[in-house]
Write a protein that binds this ligand. Sequence first.
Ligand SMILES: Cc1cc2nc3c(=O)[nH]c(=O)nc-3n(C[C@H](O)[C@H](O)[C@H](O)COP(=O)(O)OP(=O)(O)OC[C@H]3O[C@@H](n4cnc5c(N)ncnc54)[C@H](O)[C@@H]3O)c2cc1C
Length: 499
Amino acid sequence: MYPVLNKRPNKSDSKPLPIVVIGNGPSGICLSYLLSGYIPYIKRGSVHPHPILQRKLEETPEVPIIDQDLEYLSEGLEGRSQSPVALLFDTLLRPDTDFGGTAESVLTWWHETHRAIPHLVLGRNPPGGAWHFIEGSMITLSQGEWMGLPDLQFKDWMRKKRRGLRNNRATAEDIAQYYQHYVAKKGLQKNFICGTVVTSVRKVSPDVNSSYAQQDPEGNSDSIWDFPEKDDDQIASGNLFQVDGFIKNTNGHQQPFSIYAENVVLATGTYDSPTKLGVNGEDLPFVHHKLSALEEAVKNKRVGMTSDPVLIVGAGLTAADAILFAHHCNIPVIHAFRRRVNDPGLIFNQLPKMMYPEYHKVHQMMKEQSVACPGPYKCYISLPEHHVLSFTEDKKCVFQDKSGHQKVFNISMAFVLIGSNPNLSFLPNNGIDLAIDNEQPVNSKRNPINVDPFTYECVQEKGLYAVGPLAGDNFVRFVQGGALAIASSLLKKANKNPP
Ligand SMILES: Cc1cc2nc3c(=O)[nH]c(=O)nc-3n(C[C@H](O)[C@H](O)[C@H](O)COP(=O)(O)OP(=O)(O)OC[C@H]3O[C@@H](n4cnc5c(N)ncnc54)[C@H](O)[C@@H]3O)c2cc1C
């Protein structure tokens, strides 16, 4: 069913692909849909509630959105994203959703196969990205509808599956299944190669100043030209990438591969490298950095009602999910975090209580049951404004409070859930050169990859694109605008250079 990648190819038998997408989460899936020739037009007779946008849409109704001037269309739109194209695509798909409306999309989709651009989507796991790691029973922060991809409404899929939303929100398991279904339903499987891990992306370029230029480990100066003969022109123009990695076979073996691509899209998300505290003992075997480790420990009965408390470090939603899970299993918890409980920057202080009762409950526990003042909740103690100083081999954790006093607690296991960072180790210098501040690591919130806002092409490296949280779009409803911008840019490139 899936295309077979070349093993390490002979230099003469590898033909460059127009596009390789690395990462098969919602960003990669949405992009693959658009690159497969699914073209969005404005539905005849539809009226968008935004009057200025509606007027612009009426100017050239016969021209697909993907071929229109995205900068012009998105000018003046406002919403919960900084990206104009993300706002544009979102409002075309869900016109009045921010006002609580359920108006239908103003887009209609045509499958124009002649406009499809050959591409591959490489990913470590089944299509769906991060959603295969998130605990299946966890309920999304976003409304279920906002998790849907173009032209297959999430609520319709749920209805067919006879599943219901909870408080308008969905479970992570439903979301992961929906993404897999989407790939199958839209006939995209042929583009997806799952079980692949990309280990290196280098530019095959005569431009020695580019950090992406392929370096010959033996120092032969002419080796950068040592690539498929028929693509000498492409190499000479410096627009070919070499993507290396391995595929995991069903028997567990790793088979290396190497592909050449004219364009590479980074859609690898930000959940592969958990953030560390950087304290002594953090690598001890009872200290973990993923929520899934807690679920596994409960399943394997390594922790239970009678064990020493588990320590949960962090005050974000993943830490809150861990607390809810432990609470549900009656496992005693010590919860340590650095901020004040009333810090306005704390996510709980930003979520409406009505919509998120479970997170509100965690926040209440954090406030009412600190070590200093015991409250009504069993099996839970919060340590606000505490830093972890170290873990010791005999399963103790040493903390320091805001006045500098140290405290020691016995714990059974520790779960450090303080965020995660993208893993761009397959890029030169971990992709730091591509970031907005190119002296700091890439970070989806503080330092995303610097992309052109209307093409999502990296400012520092032509032919390289970034989408999703890597480009600063952190919610599924907004990653789709990046995919639209990239597909629009690549379609223009393809028209300029017909095969
Ligand atoms: C706990 C949690 C809750 C969330 N809740 C919501 C929510 O309610 N609403 C919302 O809109 N968003 C939510 N998000 C954010 C959402 O998950 C992301 O916005 C979305 O998944 C980003 O999609 P993506 O395709 O860019 O990346 P991802 O979904 O992260 O997918 C990227 C994929 O690429 C793979 N990959 C990485 N490196 C390589 C490599 N070298 N080779 C091969 N494959 C690689 C990764 O393993 C991953 O599978 C949540 C995230 C988390 C962690």
